[in-house]
Design a protein around this ligand. Structure first.
Ligand code: NAD
Length: 502
C-alpha cells in the first residue's frame, strides 16, 4: 500500500483490529480529488467479533453505577473538547467542509455528551407508595442491550454523537458503523473513550458498506438500531431490523422548505436562505433546498440572494478564506450538477450557475461545484421532487400563505421547515399547521438542542422515537414497573380474583 495512503481499520474490544480485510474502500480528500486513505470493510467475521465484544462487555457495564458512568462521560467530554481541533481537521480532510463548519459539528456533538452526563437524573423512575394497602409500585428504565449505530457521511462526528453517548450512559454497549466515506473521526472518538477509561468492548467501531450494515441488522445479539442516512436505506434498515425483531429508529432524507411571507424582512430572509442553502455545500439534512416565495416578493428576493451568492468564497478547508468546500465525492458532484441541466430542461430558470463559480486556491481535481439557484421551479420538476443534497437552491413562487402550507405538507418528507415573517399570528398558525418534525420561525435551520429530540415526520423518519433528548433516553431503555408487597401481619391469603386496589 502507498505510504501516503492511511490505513483505517475497525476498533473492537478497546483496540484496533489486527486481522486482514477481504475488502477495502478508498477515502478521498474532496478538495484535491486524491485518495488519502484505505478503509477496511467488515464481512460477517468482523461483524461477529464487534458484536461479541459488545455483548461480552454488556453484563458488567449495565451494572456500573450511574455516578461512575457520569464521571466517564465528563472525562470523555473533556477529551473531545481538548481534541476538537484534531477532530475538525479529520472531518475537513475526508468530508471537505470548511474548518469552522467542522468545529461546529463537534461542538453540537459535545452538547449531547453534556446532556448524557446528567444520566442519573435522566434515569430516575417514579414511585408510588400504597397503590393498594401495603403494596408499592415503582418504575425503572433498563438498557436494551447491544445497540448498533449506522451513520451518514455528512456529519462524521456529530451524528454518531447523537447516538452513542446516550446509549452508553443508559447502560448499553455500542457498535458504530460510520460512513465509509469519512471514517477517521469515529476512530479518534474511540481512542478518546479508551483514554477516558471506558471498559473495553463498550464502544466499538466497525467500518464497511452494505455487508456490514446487513450483518448488524440480522445479528441475533443486536437489540436495537439507530440509523441516520437517506430515505431508501432508512426504509431498508427499518424493515430489515424490525423484521429481525429489533427496535429501530431510522432517520431518512429531507427536502426542507423556507417559506417567505410578503411582510418578511427580505434582507434577513436572503441572508438566511443563502446560509442555510449553501452552508456545508448543502450537504446537511436540515439544509434549505426549497425556497417558497409568497407573491409578490419572488423577484426581489431572488435578486438579493443572487447578490449574496456571487460573493461566497468557495475553496478548500486548508485556505482560511473559504466559506464553502467541495462535495464529498466525484459521483455525488456529478449527480448534483445534473439537476441544473434537468431543471432547465423541465422549465426552470438558472438564476445562478455554480459550475462557473470561481474556486479560490483549489486543486482542479477537487470535487467542486459552486452555489446554484434554480428559479421558477414547480413541484413536478425533479430538482424539487428529489433530495439533491448539494448546493442547489430551488425557488418556487406561490400566490398565498395557504398555497405555501399546501406545498410544504404535500412533500413526502417532513424533516425541517422555516417561515420568515414579521406577523406573529401567521407564524403561530404555521407552526400548528406544518406537518413537519422541526419548525423554525425566522430561524432557517431549527436543529433542536440536545435536551430536545431531533427527528422528522413522514419519509424523514421510520420508527416512533426521535434521537437524543427524552425520546433518546426512551429509545435506549426499556420500561419496567415493579409492584411489591412485603409481608406484614395484614397479608391476606389466597384470592383468585383479578388484582384490584384495596
Ligand atoms: P446513505 O443512506 O447512503 O448512507 C448512510 C449509511 O448507510 C452509511 O453508513 C452507509 O454505509 C450505509 N449504506 C449505504 N447504502 C447501503 C445499503 N444499500 N444497504 C445498507 N447500508 C447502506 O446516506 P449518506 O449519503 O451517507 O448521507 C446523506 C443522506 O443522509 C441524505 O439523504 C441526508 O438527508 C441524510 N441525513 C439525514 C439526517 C436526518 O437527521 N434525518 C441527518 C443527516 C443526514
Amino acid at each position: 500500500m502507498d505510504k501516503a495512503v492511511k490505513h483505517i481499520t475497525h476498533w473492537i474490544n478497546g483496540k484496533p483490529w489486527t486481522g486482514q480485510a477481504q475488502r477495502q474502500g478508498d477515502v478521498y480528500d474532496p478538495a484535491t480529488g486524491q485518495v488519502t486513505g484505505s478503509v477496511d470493510f467488515a464481512g460477517a467475521g468482523e461483524v461477529d467479533a464487534a458484536v461479541a465484544a459488545a455483548a461480552q462487555a454488556l453484563p458488567s457495564w449495565r451494572r456500573v453505577s450511574l455516578a461512575r458512568r457520569s464521571q466517564l462521560l465528563f472525562a470523555f467530554r473533556e477529551l473531545v473538547r481538548q481534541h476538537a481541533g484534531e477532530l475538525a481537521k479529520l472531518i475537513t480532510a475526508e468530508h471537505g467542509k470548511v474548518p469552522a463548519d467542522a468545529a461546529g459539528e463537534v461542538a453540537r456533538g459535545v452538547e449531547v455528551v453534556e446532556f448524557a452526563c446528567g444520566v442519573p437524573h435522566l434515569l430516575k423512575g417514579g414511585f408510588s407508595e400504597n397503590v393498594s394497602t401495603g403494596v408499592d409500585s415503582y418504575s425503572i428504565r433498563q438498557p436494551v442491550g447491544v445497540v448498533a449505530g449506522i451513520t451518514p457521511f455528512n456529519f462524521p462526528a456529530m451524528v454518531p454523537m447523537w447516538m452513542f453517548p446516550l446509549a452508553i450512559a443508559c447502560g448499553n454497549t455500542f457498535v458504530l458503523k460510520p460512513s465509509e466515506k469519512d471514517p477517521s473521526a469515529s476512530l479518534l472518538l474511540a481512542q478518546l473513550w479508551a483514554e477516558a477509561g471506558l471498559p473495553d468492548g463498550v464502544f466499538n467501531v466497525l467500518h464497511g458498506d452494505k455487508d456490514a450494515v446487513d450483518g448488524l441488522l440480522t445479528h441475533p445479539d443486536v437489540a436495537a438500531i439507530s440509523f441516520v442516512g437517506s430515505t431508501p436505506i432508512a426504509r431498508h434498515v427499518y424493515e430489515t431490523g424490525t423484521g429481525n425483531g429489533k427496535r429501530v429508529q431510522a432517520l431518512g432524507g429531507a427536502k426542507n422548505h423556507m417559506v417567505v411571507l410578503p411582510d418578511a424582512d427580505l434582507d434577513r430572509a436572503a441572508d438566511a436562505a443563502v446560509s442555510a442553502g449553501f452552508g456545508s455545500a448543502g450537504e446537511r439534512c436540515m439544509a434549505i433546498s426549497a425556497l417558497v416565495a409568497v407573491d409578490p416578493i419572488g423577484d426581489d428576493l431572488v435578486a438579493r440572494i443572487r447578490e449574496r451568492v456571487g460573493a461566497l468564497r468557495v475553496g478548500p478547508g486548508s485556505d482560511e478564506r473559504s466559506e464553502m468546500g467541495p462535495l464529498v465525492t466525484r459521483p455525488h458532484r456529478e449527480r448534483v450538477a445534473s439537476y441544473l441541466d434537468s431543471g432547465v430542461a423541465q422549465g426552470a430558470t438558472l438564476a445562478v450557475d455554480g459550475r462557473v463559480h470561481p474556486v479560490i486556491g483549489g486543486s482542479s481535481d477537487g470535487f467542486w461545484l459552486g452555489p446554484s439557484v434554480l428559479d421558477h421551479v414547480t413541484p413536478a420538476m425533479s430538482c424539487y421532487a428529489d433530495e439533491i443534497f448539494g448546493p442547489v437552491l430551488s425557488v418556487l413562487r406561490v400566490p398565498s400563505y395557504e398555497a405555501a402550507v399546501r406545498l410544504v405538507n404535500s412533500s413526502p418528507y417532513g424533516n425541517g421547515v422555516a417561515i420568515f415573517t414579521c406577523d406573529g399570528g401567521a407564524a403561530r398558525r404555521f407552526v400548528s399547521e406544518a406537518e413537519i418534525g422541526m419548525v423554525g420561525v425566522n430561524v432557517p435551520i431549527p436543529v433542536p438542542m440536545a435536551y430536545y429530540s431531533f427527528g422528522g415526520w413522514k419519509a424523514s423518519l421510520f420508527g416512533d422515537t426521535h434521537v437524543h433528548g427524552t425520546e433518546g433516553v426512551h429509545f435506549y431503555t426499556r420500561g419496567k414497573v415493579v409492584t411489591s408487597r412485603w409481608l406484614d401481619p395484614s397479608h391476606g391469603g389466597v384470592n383468585l380474583g383479578f388484582p384490584v386496589n384495596s
